[in-house]
Design a protein. Sequence first.
Length: 264
Amino acid sequence: MEYFIDKPNFEGKHTREQLQALINEKKIGPNTKLWKSDWGEWRMIRDTDFVLTNAKFESISGLPENIFLSIRPFINYIDNGLLFRNPFSWLYMLFAVINLVVPIYVFYKAADNRIFDAEGKIIIVFLIIWLIILFVSWVSFQLWWDRKTKVTTTSVEGDEFVATPVFSHLIQTIGEWVGIWISIVGFSVALLTTIILGDEGYYLSRQLGLGFMETGILFIILMPIYGFLIIVSTRFLAEQFKALSSIANNTRKINYAHNSVQAP
């Protein structure tokens, strides 16, 4: 029975004896994938009946094999995508926590600007808007916390393109986050300040530390549209990156399988 190796520089058919020799010479290791006709799928050597004695590490030309000297574990950490997925998961956790701090910052900023020395109607509008910000911050916290788990599954071991899916997932999440804030908070600020405060709405936005929020009938209509377009456009962009990396990864796997079946 002849085998095929899913590894550069090892193209073509290999006999069982040749494979065992490569394992013994540490040129391939437990995580190297093999294929043969009666399997119908690629399998790692560690999941087969090959003898792995003294074959813990795959060699890289000229690099030492000793675990204390070899950089193979670090290179594997990069190649299998863990270097990208894990730190991004931590970044998502950080963004989640930041969202819980936002309402505290807004309240502090408003108090520091002496919002409670203003007219009663301004204080009432401020408290309503602050409660809306508190709600949106909680929604945003859950969004980032949920996505921190999903980002770790954007690619799997064996994929060649592992950074692009992670980056596209970040683009999508940022778009959802910004879109939610603009559509809900932006709409609420524009609506309440326009209806209740009129020209004084501009003053309140600055007191809240949200100077980018605008007032007026036009922005009551535009803010939800802006938020929706941001969510859709970033989702579209992220899906293009995901589709390209998925096609590339699947094409690579199909080519390996095709070459294995068609090889003379």
